[in-house]
Design a binder for this molecule. Structure first.
Ligand code: AVJ
Length: 327
């Protein structure tokens, strides 16, 4: 079976389902061991829970560092921009936006609006409920859609603060991420701010540890992708047939994650024309996590035409919250 065939069937299935707009890409490499691509961009249910567990790991610092930076800059941002409408792309939980909302508490504002755009309707609903209880002056307007789609039609009064936290952008190929950010920038109105969380290049040992934690949570998170695929295409991938592999690709400035077959594997799905046969060592490329430096940030400025107002980092320079503005 050719890779292209799988890709076609999967896409059809994805578009038919309507609700699960996961982006899957399956292809076959031409030489050497086979490598299949299943890159999952959206977190739903179990992935989200496992990811939350990852953020609590000693070895995994991005989420923690981002929040500590945000706590330091929140009130300054509120004063500087006077943007009390927040759009958050793929919030997952509401821990990051709460930090900004907290900074609006003493300001005696008539109203603050929060517009989360997330694939998971359940996540949005539960966040909305708990947020309106904590912040009485808050209006939450959630949108269950993937953040790759347009938000321009949403009624809003600029300046809006568009928050894209967690280095979620890092899951995208570099060229794709520039395209996505350009698309976002085109939807920004004069004065709108984009607050972008970016995980920075750091020592290889630290990066390696963050994606190869001692408790094996990252491995479980990676393997769980197979369960999502099984749900999506009724396949019978067994997580125990695969080993977790994560390493730094220095040329591409990213951590790459794979699942490597530890035995001969045969996978069946009604969406496959023929069973998928894997040999020991064949791998499934499951995720990329890009790491950035100041040149990448400059390239974003050039690709989007946005103004870079400030780059906030921690003492170690391991994470950045970058402030872009539409002039
Ligand atoms: C949610 C995409 C930022 O790339 O670090 C963590 C996902 N994958 N461990 C990341 C992830 C494995 C995470 N992002």
């Amino acid at each position: 079976m050719s890779g292209a065939t799988i890709q076609k069937t999967l896409q059809k299935q994805v578009y038919q389902s309507g609700i699960i707009k996961e982006k899957h890409e399956l292809c076959k490499r031409t030489s050497g061991a086979r490598e299949i691509n299943i890159q999952q961009v959206f977190y739903n249910g179990k992935e989200l829970l496992l990811f939350e567990e990852i953020t609590r790991l000693e070895e995994y610092s991005p989420a923690r560092t981002e929040k500590s930076i945000l706590k330091k800059i929140a009130s300054g941002l509120m004063e500087q921009y006077g943007a009390y409408e927040f759009i958050e792309l793929g919030p997952g939980d509401h821990s990051k936006i709460s930090i900004l909302l907290n900074a609006t508490k003493g300001m005696n504002l008539k109203s603050v609006r929060y517009l989360p755009l997330d694939i998971s309707q359940t996540a949005i609903r539960s966040s909305a409920e708990s947020l309106v209880n904590t912040f009485p002056h808050l209006h939450v307007e959630g949108y269950a859609l993937d953040f790759l789609s347009q938000f321009e039609p949403i009624q809003r009064e600029p300046p809006t603060m568009i928050c894209f936290f967690g280095s979620t952008i890092g899951n995208f190929e570099w060229a794709e991420s520039l395209e996505l950010l350009r698309n976002i920038s085109l939807q920004m109105k004069k004065g709108d701010v984009l607050l972008l969380g970016m995980d920075l290049i750091k020592p290889e040992a630290v990066l390696h540890g963050a994606y190869n934690d001692a408790q094996g949570i990252t491995a479980a998170f990676n393997k769980n992708i197979l369960n999502s695929v099984n749900d999506l295409i009724n396949s019978d991938f067994q997580t125990s047939d695969f080993d977790h592999l994560a390493f730094l690709n220095k040329e591409k400035f990213r951590m790459e994650m794979y699942l490597v077959a530890n035995r001969e594997v045969s996978v069946h799905s009604p969406h496959f024309i023929k069973d998928l046969q894997l040999k020991v060592g064949d791998s499934i490329h499951t995720e990329n996590s890009h790491k950035y430096n100041s040149r990448h940030i400059q390239a974003i400025v050039e690709a989007t035409g946005l103004k870079l107002n400030y780059t906030h980092t921690d003492e170690r320079g391991w994470f950045a919250l970058t402030e872009f503005q539409r002039g």
